[in-house]
Write a protein that binds this ligand. Structure first.
Ligand code: ASP
Length: 467
């Protein structure tokens, strides 16, 4: 017999069907045993009566989270037993056959609640159980719907989705790179991408013109509560455009996405305010101001674009200029001598995307003149030869006809967490790491065997070796 999902059983009144899933809960009511069966579709009430002795005996053994298979008739519930809270609340399955497919140990925590009260490390260690809870399943579902919407929206507008390499070269985007040793070329390393920044710009040289990617980004940053070493962003790049083209594209995408998927939400203001960095710093002392009228209203979404950022910020500790965004951002002033004379005064074509006081994305119009890019790298403290070694590929690509271009990358995790009202981005990621970058379920990072190290020509310093 073919299995029917619990969400479909209402289509089978009076019919015999097979259902399979987890025992969500059990209740004994005199001689009758009720069990809720849970599968990906939802919950279905099972009824076991004492008529069939063998079946009844077996059903008495059932425990929470066992995996079972049942066959029986779908019956309408008596009127006073209707449960309007669940989709299948009008019916129940009168069990005629029961098979136990697998037993479960006592659970480390319950999965029938939203689970916020449970110790998070425990939830992450047993993430496979934590993901059984309805809230987490819904978050995964919404995540997929949001990504699908973004994909469809951009593809309909002529964007091409292109995957870029995970094994790449260090990119200067402000964070530390994760390095991967090369086995075939001892002493050399790949870097995991902090973002596809250089690839997407190179794709503009290739004439792609409209690129996007649901991109994984990896940054080895110091522990911070709401940061993840791995995260996902909607990476976009376009050619022959101006700042407003990118901002209005992102605005249209956002507004239509919210209308379709989150109709209960209210967008505070459209068009999204475009506010200068200078103005928001003066007024709110923050470059990600919370513009909500009523900060207690969970349904209010106040989006804004912050524009006209300074090109550089002064790094006190290192006594040098650093990019406010990244070195590929084009300055408003393109005269190299003027930039060198007063780096701190130069504005850039960077823009940030802000929602309810959280930065949910950033981007810029890029430098497409190789000599200007080289000059910026010099101001950032790179030596000429180093520039050629590190960025030669980009500078060279720009010598073969590069269109003016720009892009943006809204963070998908952060957007989802904000819109779902989740307290942090771990709640919208299936297998997140802790603030200290540990994967508690798999036990990462982990030691590797001596042979693996040998193959890679690596040695771990004595003081760090496992005792
Ligand atoms: N690569 C940038 C980032 O990840 C986004 C961009 O400039 O498009 O923040």
């Amino acid at each position: 017999m073919k299995r029917v999902l619990t969400s479909d059983v209402i289509k089978y009144p009076g019919k015999k069907i097979k259902a399979q899933g987890w025992v969500h809960s059990i209740r004994f009511h005199g001689k009758i045993i009720f069990a809720d069966l849970r599968d990906k579709g939802g919950i279905l009430q099972l009824v076991f009566g004492p008529q069939n002795k063998a079946l009844y005996k077996l059903s008495k053994e059932l425990k929470s989270e066992w995996v079972i298979s049942v066959i029986g008739e779908i019956k309408n519930r008596p009127k006073n037993m209707i449960n309007s809270k669940i989709e299948t609340g009008k019916v129940e399955l009168l069990v005629e056959e029961l098979e136990i497919l697998s037993k479960a140990k006592t659970m480390p925590f319950p999965v029938d609640s939203p689970g916020y009260e449970i110790n998070e490390e425990k939830r992450l260690k047993y993430r496979y159980l934590d993901l059984r809870r309805e809230r987490m399943r819904k978050n995964m579902q919404v995540r997929q719907e949001v990504i699908k919407f973004m994909r469809d929206f951009l593809q309909e507008r002529g964007f091409l989705e292109i995957e870029t390499p995970m094994l790449t070269k260090a990119t200067p985007e402000g964070a530390r790179d994760f390095l991967v040793p090369s086995r075939l070329e001892p002493g050399k390393f790949y870097a995991l991408p902090q973002s596809p920044q250089q690839y997407k710009q190179i794709l503009m040289v290739s004439g792609i013109e409209k690129y996007f990617q649901i991109a994984r980004c990896l940054r080895d940053e110091d522990p911070r509560a709401d940061r993840q070493a791995e995260f996902t962003q909607l990476d976009i790049e376009m050619s022959f455009i101006e700042r407003e083209d990118i901002l209005s594209l992102v605005e249209e995408l956002t507004v239509s996405l919210i209308k379709k998927l989150f109709p209960e939400k209210k967008i505070a203001k459209t068009p999204f305010p475009r506010l200068s960095y200078k103005k928001v710093m003066e007024k709110y002392n923050s470059d990600k101001p919370d513009l909500r009228k009523n900060k207690k209203d969970a349904n209010e979404l106040a989006f804004a674009f912050i524009v006209d950022f300074p090109l550089f910020k002064w790094k006190k500790g290192e006594k040098r200029w650093d990019s406010m965004h990244h070195p590929f951002t084009t300055p408003v002033e393109e005269n190299i001598e003027k930039i060198k004379a007063k780096p701190g005064k130069i504005l850039s074509h960077q823009y940030d995307f802000v929602l309810n006081g959280v930065e949910i994305g950033g981007g810029s119009i890029r430098i497409h003149k190789p000599e200007l890019l080289e000059a910026i790298f010099e101001i950032l403290g790179h030596k000429k030869q180093e520039i050629r070694e590190k960025f030669g590929h980009l500078l060279e690509a720009f010598e073969y006809g590069v269109p003016p271009h720009g892009g943006i990358a809204p963070g998908i995790d952060r957007f989802l967490a904000s819109i779902l009202g989740e307290p942090n981005i771990r709640e919208v990621i299936a297998f997140p790491k802790t603030g200290e970058n540990k994967g508690l379920m798999m036990g990462t990072p982990a030691e590797v065997s001596k042979d693996q190290l040998k193959e890679l020509h690596l040695k771990v310093e004595k003081s760090h070796r496992k005792k």
